[in-house]
Design a protein around this ligand. Sequence first.
Ligand code: UDP
Length: 327
Amino acid sequence: MADHVLVTGGAGYIGSHACLRLAEAGFTPVAFDNLSNGREAFVQWGPLERGDVRSRADVERALDRWAPVGVIHFAALIEVGLSFQQVGDFYETNVGGALTVLRAMQARGVQPFVFSSTCATYGEPQYLPLDEAHPQAPINPYGRTKLMVEQALKDLAAHGGIRPIILRYFNAAGADPEGRIGERHDPETHALPIAIEAAMGRRDAFSIFGEDYDTRDGTAERDYVHVLDLADAHVLALRRLLEGAAGGEAFNLGTGGGVTVRELLGEVARVSGRPVPSVSRPRRPGDAPRLVADNRAARAALGWTPSRDIADMARDAWGWHGRADQA
Ligand code: UDP
């Protein structure tokens, strides 16, 4: 029987794509999710275990039932803006939830742990591209919750019997090219789905937050990485741990290239064949002008090669959003 992998947040955007790639790699992903933001319909490649990462009993029940070889931990609150309004919830879910999962793993002797972290742990870039040695000084509660877990993981790796790999995502985008799962948050704040909704006429216009940055066209530049490339990195990280790696490392996951907001809108217009109406708005507080990953460590240690570009991300996101059943 295929090895089970517990995927917390497995009904969410990145988690469901990770389940897809795990299944294709020969694992059985068990999506552990409370469905607060995840969707049951996204659980297609293994069982759904309804549960909450804040509940030790829920997590232990899942570990006992499925005896997973490792855990991939996505379950978290992710909206930077909300993290200022719901600070306690963010710490409880993101820090408390991760610790609850890790304590349950310790109690059951499960060691491999792949953690969803973020380039938001770096804060204002002091140099670009960002490598893993860049100082970590997050500028919002969301980033601080992720950094706290990273710090706990370093100690748990050294002294707690956990073998973690930390993955710091840049801007996840795109969808399953076959259109089975995709990106939908409520409320939606991410640039690519908003641009698609504007092209579809579901919103009046895309608000460009800042056109006076020191970038090639004045709009902010981000390192968008296809969600399937991200998903593949999780499979590679898990395999590395299952082969016996001690873990404790962190890897940046980005393509190493930047795309401006205007370029993103151009891609959506191209793949959709429709104009993307836009309006100019002030800069969004806390936004950096440019964020680009140095991904050499992930390439070298994990053998990770992001193979999809912004055109693929726009096409796949458009394909998923365009399906009638998503309306
Ligand atoms: N952005 C924008 N309008 C929007 C949403 C996002 O101009 O309605 C910009 C945002 O300022 C940033 C980029 O698009 O420069 C990516 O934003 P997103 O929220 O997708 O990801 P972030 O980089 O903030 O994690």
